[in-house]
Design a protein around this ligand. Sequence first.
Ligand code: ADP
Length: 271
Amino acid sequence: GLPRTVIIKRTPFDKHMQLLVSQDITPMEKLNQTRSDFIANVSHELRTPLTVINGFVETMQDLPNLPADKREQFLALMKKDSDRMLTLLDDLLTLSRLENSDPSNKLQPINLSALVEQLSQEGITLSAGKQSFSTDIAANLWIQGVQLDLYNALSNLVFNAVRYNHEGGHIDIRLHTDDHITARFSVSDNGPGIAAEHIPRLTERFYRVDAGRSRASGGTGLGLAITKHALAEHGSRLEVESTVGKGSEFAAEFDLISKPQAVSLSGSDAP
Ligand code: ADP
């Protein structure tokens, strides 16, 4: 490749050289901009809850005889914001692991049907009766994957459908195959929907359509970025269809494998 530092003498006539220089600098500047935007975002996201916690600590230091109920209330608020910081840090670690991972050696057979069943149950639990659910999940579909990453990828879609849907809304979770070669997973909701101009940016880190709503429901703004990277690790990508006022559908396709044979514990190829 090109050397990292190139010293070029430019003359007014050396247009070709100038072109090379500007082409060389532009992607680098862009990368630096992305990086500093990211650092600014992370700092802001961490600073906000930390400022709240810090304020309550000071208040409690200034008022040592605070009534018990106030004390409890302040501690609960501090707990909430420290939980938020932990969630954000966990998401950041997940994202950085996914961005730097080489999955080739850790893919294993995964029962996608069982995972989607589990996610539906978790969605229903999270919804706590606020929305109704329907599911149509084909049994016994297997793919090659990484269980935790796949869980992260698809759970964000199910949980978003619950978190952004209104009370009384409906959520439909499907896994189906027409040809037993690929399977399609989809989550549809009849929530607020997303305007077309936002859709290409949804998987950007910290991109939120409605920041207040995202934070209020515990969102870090990293969910769909994690989904995108985790799907890429599985050779898949996120499909989004949405209409404002009607709802959204998030989907992904996977290459199926045949159901693995039961593994013998005393197998000859054990290490
Ligand atoms: P967040 O943690 O904010 O939910 P995500 O990356 O998961 O971050 O999603 C990015 C944004 O996309 C959200 O802030 C929200 O505005 C929008 N979004 C995601 N899923 C849905 C959905 N099912 N319905 C409406 N808006 C959604």
